[in-house]
Design a protein around this ligand. Structure first.
Ligand SMILES: Nc1ncnc2c1ncn2[C@@H]1O[C@H](COP(=O)(O)OP(=O)(O)OP(=O)(O)O)[C@@H](O)[C@H]1O
Ligand SMILES: [Mg+2]
Length: 304
C-alpha cells in the first residue's frame, strides 16, 4: 500500500548535469516538486528542457548530482542499485513512447512480465480483467506485432499498472499514436486516476494531452518556470508557445513563464514541506476528490 502521509513523489533541489567540461549540460537545475497521491501531472516544455531527465531521476533510472528524490516515502538518492531495482519493480510503472513490449511474448505474458521478474505471484484473472477493461480482452494471446500502435500502448499501460505502483511515469506515451489512439490512451490514464487513485506523471508535447492532467508543470532550461491547474488545451498551447518563442529584446521584464531566475513561482510546485501547493493538485488531499471530476467533466465525452 502507499503511504498516504507523504506525497507520491517529492523532488528537493534536484540538479543533474550531463557530460563534463565545456560540453556539460545542466539538464535539471535545482528542481523541487511535490506530487500528491492520486493525481495526474503533465510535464511540458521545449525539446531539451529536461523533461525526460526529470522522469529518469524521479524513477531512479538516473542519479541526480545533488538534491533528493522521495518516492512513496522512500529516499531514492540514498538507495543502492539493488534497492533501487526493487523500488522500481514494486512501486513504479513505466510507459514509453515506443511501447517497449517484448515481441516474442504474448500480450498477457508481456503484462505479467514485471511481476514475474519481481518473483511475485501473477493472478491471471487479474491480467485478463485489466486487459479486458482496456479493450484488449480478445487479444490476450496475440503478439505485439499483431496489434495496432494504440493497442500496443494499452498493453504497455496494463503492464505498468498491474502491480498497482505508487507512481506511473509516462514519457510521451501518445507521441507515436494517431489522434484517436492517443485519446484512448489518455482516457485510460485519466480513468486510472479517477477510478483507482493511481498517481501518474506524464511528459508530453501535446496541449490536448496536457489538458487531461490535473496540473501541468512547465519546464524551460532545466527549471520549472510555471505551472497550471485545471489546464485546458488552449491555455496550455498559449503557455507552450511563449516558452518556445525566441527571446525578444524588450524594454520590460519578461513574463513569469520565461523569467530566467528559474525559480518556481511561489504558489507553484515547490514548498514540499508545507500544505501542498496549488499547482500539482495541491489540496490536502483525498486522491479522488476534485481533480477526477475535472477530468471527467472535460473529457468524459470522448475516448472509449
Ligand atoms: N546522456 C546525455 N548526455 C549528454 N547530454 C544529455 C544526455 N541526456 C540528455 N542530455 C541533454 O540534457 C538536456 C535535457 O535533455 P532531456 O532529454 O531531459 O530533454 P527533454 O525535455 O526530454 O527533450 P525532448 O522533448 O526532446 O525529449 C538536453 O540538452 C540534452 O541534450
Ligand atoms: Mg524527452
Amino acid at each position: 500500500m502507499t503511504n498516504k502521509t507523504t506525497h507520491a513523489l517529492e523532488l528537493h533541489d534536484v540538479t543533474k548535469r550531463h557530460g563534463a567540461g565545456d560540453t556539460a549540460v545542466t539538464a535539471l537545475d535545482r528542481v523541487s516538486l511535490s506530487i500528491p497521491h492520486g493525481t495526474f501531472t503533465a510535464v511540458m516544455g521545449p525539446s531539451g528542457s529536461g523533461k525526460s531527465t526529470l522522469l529518469h531521476c524521479a524513477a531512479g533510472l538516473d542519479r541526480p548530482d545533488s538534491g533528493s528524490v522521495v518516492l512513496d516515502g522512500y529516499e531514492l538518492t540514498d538507495a543502492d542499485e539493488t534497492a533501487l531495482t526493487r523500488l522500481r519493480r514494486e512501486r513504479m510503472g513505466f510507459v514509453f513512447q515506443s511501447f517497449n513490449l517484448v515481441p516474442t511474448l504474448t500480450v498477457a505474458q508481456n503484462v505479467a512480465l514485471p511481476l514475474e521478474f519481481a518473483g511475485r505471484r501473477v493472478d491471471e484473472r487479474e491480467v485478463r480483467g485489466l486487459l479486458s477493461r482496456l479493450g484488449l480482452g480478445d487479444r490476450l494471446d496475440h503478439r505485439p506485432a499483431e496489434l495496432s500502435g494504440g493497442q500496443q500502448q494499452r498493453v504497455a499501460i496494463a503492464r505498468a499498472m498491474l502491480s498497482r505502483p505508487a507512481v506511473v511515469f509516462a514519457d510521451e506515451p501518445t507521441g507515436a499514436l494517431d489522434t484517436q489512439a492517443a485519446r484512448d490512451v489518455l482516457h485510460i490514464l485519466r480513468e486510472a486516476v479517477d477510478a483507482s487513485g493511481q498517481t501518474i506523471v506524464m511528459v508530453t508535447h501535446d496541449p490536448v494531452a496536457g489538458a487531461y492532467a490535473d496540473a501541468v508543470v512547465f519546464f524551460s532550461d532545466g527549471r520549472i518556470v510555471d505551472s497550471m491547474t485545471r489546464p485546458d488545451p488552449a491555455s496550455v498551447a498559449a503557455r507552450m508557445a511563449r516558452l518556445s518563442a525566441p527571446v525578444r529584446p524588450s524594454g520590460h521584464a519578461p513574463p513569469s513563464a520565461v523569467r530566467p531566475s528559474g525559480h518556481v513561482p511561489s504558489s507553484a510546485v515547490r514548498q514540499s514541506g508545507q500544505a501542498p501547493s496549488s499547482s500539482v493538485r495541491t489540496s490536502g488531499h483525498a486522491p479522488s476528490a476534485p481533480a477526477p471530476q475535472n477530468g471527467r467533466a472535460r473529457h468524459g465525452g470522448d475516448g472509449r
